[in-house]
Design a protein around this ligand. Structure first.
Ligand SMILES: CC(C)(COP(=O)(O)OP(=O)(O)OC[C@H]1O[C@@H](n2cnc3c(N)ncnc32)[C@H](O)[C@@H]1OP(=O)(O)O)[C@@H](O)C(=O)NCCC(=O)NCCS
Length: 178
């Protein structure tokens, strides 16, 4: 693994950089107090160029909902803990829907996205979910590659899916619950 330059996700101190390796990365369920931070991460890393749908109120609803999981990757660097990534998945019945997934730009390609997704896949198997669906911007080649390596397949192109102007691919992972 190469050295990274993490930036704490707080705009007011965004120049406060530290050079270090990731100390630990632990997953935990989000708390309502995380909602504002996760909403900003969604706006800046996922919803760029679109209207901001996933605001703090929407994240709070997901954090409280019985059929949703909001998972946070807590990182420790130089004795400081901060949120390096997160994911939101719904488990409505025999299928699951990934709504949001993001990792801080300076922390990508260190396995955090995979760690979040593998935890969710394991939970989906325990819940006897048959398949997981997600929608990804058609122009987001990096995320599409990421999902491919996890076994997701592109099923349908959805023109004008985001804000009536951007295309998405519907991707699906079939889980084997045997
Ligand atoms: C997609 C995203 C969550 C991946 O998180 P990550 O922590 O960087 O992913 P990982 O380090 O676990 O990557 C696992 C593998 O996925 C593939 N992958 C990940 N990012 C990739 C990229 N930019 N280009 C090509 N392959 C990539 C690689 O096979 C990688 O393994 P490797 O690093 O050993 O080659 C992250 O890039 C991100 O937050 N992007 C912006 C938000 C976004 O697009 N979210 C998805 C919305 S649907």
């Amino acid at each position: 693994m190469q050295a990274i330059v993490p930036v704490l996700y707080q705009p007011a101190i965004s120049d406060n950089r530290a050079m270090a390796e990731i100390g630990t990365c632990e997953l935990r369920l989000a708390r309502r107090g995380d909602a504002a931070l996760l909403a900003r991460m969604s706006r800046d890393y996922i919803e760029q160029g679109l209207s901001w749908r996933w605001q703090a109120s929407a994240l709070k609803e997901k954090i409280s909902a019985a059929e949703s999981v909001v998972l946070v990757a807590d990182l420790e660097l130089a004795s400081m803990r901060f949120v390096g990534g997160f994911a939101v998945m719904d488990f409505p019945c025999d299928k699951a829907q990934l709504n949001l997934l993001a990792v801080h730009p300076n922390l990508r390609r260190h396995g955090i996205g995979n760690k979040l997704m593998r935890w969710l896949h394991k939970s989906a198997r325990i819940a006897a979910v048959e398949h997981i669906e997600l929608q990804v911007r058609a122009d987001n080649l990096q995320a599409r590659r990421f999902y491919h390596q996890l076994g997701y397949q592109e099923e349908t192109l959805l023109p004008n899916y985001y804000d009536g102007k951007l295309a998405a691919y519907q991707m699906k992972l079939r889980l084997h619950n045997d």
